[in-house]
Design a protein around this ligand. Structure first.
Ligand SMILES: Nc1ncnc2c1ncn2[C@@H]1O[C@H](COP(=O)(O)OP(=O)(O)OP(=O)(O)O)[C@@H](O)[C@H]1O
Length: 218
């Protein structure tokens, strides 16, 4: 069983303003994610969930406010699977594990029912199988804070269950997860609704902080 550094799995957002294409999308976002917690990120399409997750993950700077988390505690599961197409399932997991200084992929293979697929190039997986492999990578990072963007897209019901089980096991070991999803995962979790944090359109983009181009998120 993995031994996650319990005290590291805390993330706090302090009065965050997040932007997309230089335009403020959310402002005044504050919340805390504690070890052992699952928080479901709620908000309609286009409300800024991806933008917030990317900011929390350190992939883009906030326009204002602060993200507090210990270094190298966060792993971000994006919309895109980010798999290496020519590598097999096992090679993908071993590669990802080595990037994070880990070596054991057993939990990842078993936890996402990949044993029968280990030798298959990831390019030849179905959409749901790719998604399972993408999620299995979470288990080889050794990182305690999972930030996940629509993790169940393409998953069938049994696979959603595998994912929910993985999250349960993760938080039972002191991990934490913030999950943007529109479906009920059957998890014991609080919700964080970003609706009240919609940025005031009058808060014009600050050119000093504008990215200056039309961002495309991968
Ligand atoms: N390339 C872009 N440049 C600037 N703004 C964009 C771009 N793409 C999307 N936006 C806008 O940024 C806002 C926030 O988008 P974001 O992807 O964070 O929302 P979301 O809540 O994750 O949506 P969904 O539930 O549909 O995934 C939306 O209003 C969207 O229209």
């Amino acid at each position: 069983m993995r031994d996650l550094p319990r005290h590291n799995a805390r993330l706090a957002a302090e009065n965050l303003t997040v932007t997309r294409g230089g335009v403020p999308i959310l402002q005044g976002v504050s919340f805390t994610l504690n070890p052992g917690e699952v928080l479901i990120l709620r908000g309609p399409n286009g409300s800024g969930k991806t933008t917030l997750l990317r900011t929390l993950a350190g992939l883009q700077p906030p326009l204002a406010g602060e993200v507090q988390a210990e270094p190298e505690t966060i792993t971000y599961g994006a919309h895109a699977d980010g798999l290496k197409a020519t590598l097999s399932v096992e090679e993908n997991l071993r590669f990802w594990a080595s990037v994070h200084g880990q070596s054991d992929i057993t939990n990842a293979v078993e936890g996402f029912n990949l044993a029968g697929l280990v030798e298959r190039p990831s390019a030849n997986l179905s959409a749901g199988q790719k998604r399972r492999l993408g999620l299995a990578r979470l288990l080889v990072t050794g990182r305690p804070i999972w930030l996940l963007d629509e993790p169940t897209v393409s998953l069938d019901v049994p696979s959603v269950q595998l994912f929910a089980d993985a999250v349960r096991a993760h938080v039972a070991q002191g991990g934490a997860a913030l999950i943007a999803t529109h479906i009920d995962l059957g998890l014991e979790a609080a919700s964080f609704d970003i609706g009240p944090y919609k940025a005031d359109p009058a808060t014009a983009s600050d050119p000093a902080h504008s990215d200056g181009f039309d961002e495309a998120f991968l």
